[in-house]
Design a protein. Structure first.
Length: 495
């Protein structure tokens, strides 16, 4: 019998709907994560630039981005909460047995979430009510709390990939938990920094892409130029850093999770001088069809030498490794991620070359077409990164200690499919509302800009200064004073 069919036949009926539901909600939530993690930093860079240069346009951009940040955070709360519940509802075997070991990561993430909610509220509220310096300083902790939230989630995920910090008793239950070791696992550092830089790249390219589209449509004003330059520069600076971090995490997987590495590179037999396949499909008998074969490159990439031995999938039992289909999925996801990263690196080099040589932005429409697509491409790359991480770990939910089939819920599969359908409908509504709000904000801002242009100014939407109290109520709107009445208030607290 075909290996994949055989393994599926042995899997509990709850496996497919539970994994489908988790995959859908995670893939949906991760679309919002880059803006949640990196947009606060990009906004504060623009904010600081505006304050230092006295630039009203920069302050206007920062203020509008902070509104987007708040809306995104509200939607992320919903999708993130759903994911938190799904861990317990869909995978009670894992949470019941291992929650005491790695649950600290979720606790850190929860504290970071509440703190970030308070700070976003203060930052958004303070635009018209706080002194400029005070407002900016109160916003500085925002990127830190965003990184703290990522810290908690990545600590939990890296533990699932390289579990440590516990001993097992005679019944196989974890005891003597060392929280420090459980948090700082061998994969934590490579995973965390690779993830954080990916969020910075993605948020930068997504935000810049919006203004690149405006540039292509003929909006060549300073507003669009500045809105493009700051986030794109952030992304371009971190793009080469991400290549170094990506190489580091690939080598960490090679050392700590050799079977996962074999799945990602579709290596069947343990050997040296192992070729690298760009795409291609692995079959259950170990043969590979399609793709581009580059001799010896996999061994060279893994250990800087063609003599480097790469462990193959066939070195472990079939039920302890990803099947051929899963390995192919992880391999394709990895290749797409690397391919997108390579194209983004070329775009960053183009930008840097023109800027360093001529001190201006590239003029070619093809550059802005590429920049407009870079945001969507970087989101796809992030999705592919998570697919590589999660599918490549199969069949383990806790690597080497618990299989996914052991952790899945005992609820009826029909109930899980019903839940899946409901979640899809709800998420379509949520993301549709998110898009509608963003489009409405964009329309309002454009109308404000048109009015400002007609008046010969570039003001913020609600006030003529970026800071300070609300405008005084015009005297003509005040009620007329009758005989014996005192002075008529002017609206600013003075008679």
């Amino acid at each position: 019998m075909h290996t994949t069919v055989h393994l599926l036949a042995e899997a509990p009926p709850q496996m497919l709907p539970a994994r489908s539901l988790m995959a859908f909600t995670l893939a949906s939530h991760i679309i919002l994560v880059p803006l949640g993690v990196a947009l606060p930093l990009i906004t504060l860079i623009m904010h600081g630039y505006g304050l230092r240069r006295g630039d009203a346009t920069a302050l206007l951009l920062a203020r509008r981005w902070s509104a987007v940040m708040a809306v995104q955070f509200a939607i992320g709360v919903v999708t993130g909460t759903v994911l938190s519940f799904e861990f317990g509802l869909l995978w009670p075997g894992m949470m019941g047995r291992w929650g005491d070991v790695f649950g600290i990561g979720f606790g850190v993430e929860a504290w970071a979430f509440f703190l970030e909610a308070v700070l976003i509220a203060i930052y958004l509220y303070g635009w018209r009510r706080l002194p400029a310096r005070t407002h900016f300083l109160l916003g500085l902790p925002l990127p830190v709390t965003a990184l703290l939230g990522a810290f908690g989630i990545l600590a939990a995920n890296s533990w699932m990939n390289t579990p440590q910090g516990f001993s097992l008793d005679s019944a196989g239950n974890p005891v003597d938990v060392d929280v420090w070791k459980a948090v700082f696992t061998p994969m934590f550092g490579p995973q965390y920094w690779h993830f954080v830089v990916a969020m910075l790249l993605t948020a930068g390219y997504v935000v810049a892409g919006v203004y690149a589209v405006g540039w292509l449509r003929g909006r060549r004003d300073r507003y669009h130029r500045l809105g493009f330059t700051v986030p794109f520069t952030v992304a371009a600076v971190f793009t080469p850093v991400q290549f170094v971090l990506g190489d580091a995490i690939a080598r960490a997987v090679f050392r700590k999770q050799p079977v996962k590495f074999a799945a990602t590179e579709i290596v069947w037999k343990t050997d040296t001088h192992v070729p690298e396949y760009l795409f291609g499909r692995l079959h259950p008998d170990g043969t590979i069809s399609g793709g581009i074969k580059i001799p010896q490159l996999d061994s060279i990439l893994a250990g800087f030498s063609p003599e480097t031995q790469v462990r193959g999938l066939s070195s472990v039992a079939a039920d302890d490794r990803p099947n051929a289909t899963q390995a192919t999925i992880a391999h394709w996801a990895f290749d797409i991620m690397v391919g997108i990263g390579s194209v983004l690196a070329l775009l960053a080099v183009w930008y840097a070359f023109v800027w360093l040589r001529r001190r201006r932005l590239p003029a070619s429409p093809w550059f802005y077409r590429g920049a407009a697509c870079a945001g969507v491409a970087s989101v796809i790359a992030v999705e592919c990164g998570w697919i590589t991480t999660e599918v490549g770990r199969q069949p383990w939910i806790v690597y080497g200690n618990m299989r996914v089939a052991e952790a899945v819920t005992a609820a009826r599969s029909t109930s899980l499919w019903t839940m899946f359908g409901v979640v899809v409908v709800v998420y379509v509504f949520i993301f549709g509302s998110f898009l509608a709000v963003l489009l409405k904000m964009r329309t309002r801002w454009r109308l404000d800009d048109e009015r400002s242009t007609a008046a010969g100014t570039m003001e913020t939407p609600e006030t003529d200064t970026p800071y300070g109290p609300r405008p005084a109520v015009p005297a003509v709107d005040a009620p007329a004073a009758g005989p014996g009445d005192g002075p008529v208030p002017t609206g600013d607290g003075r008679p």
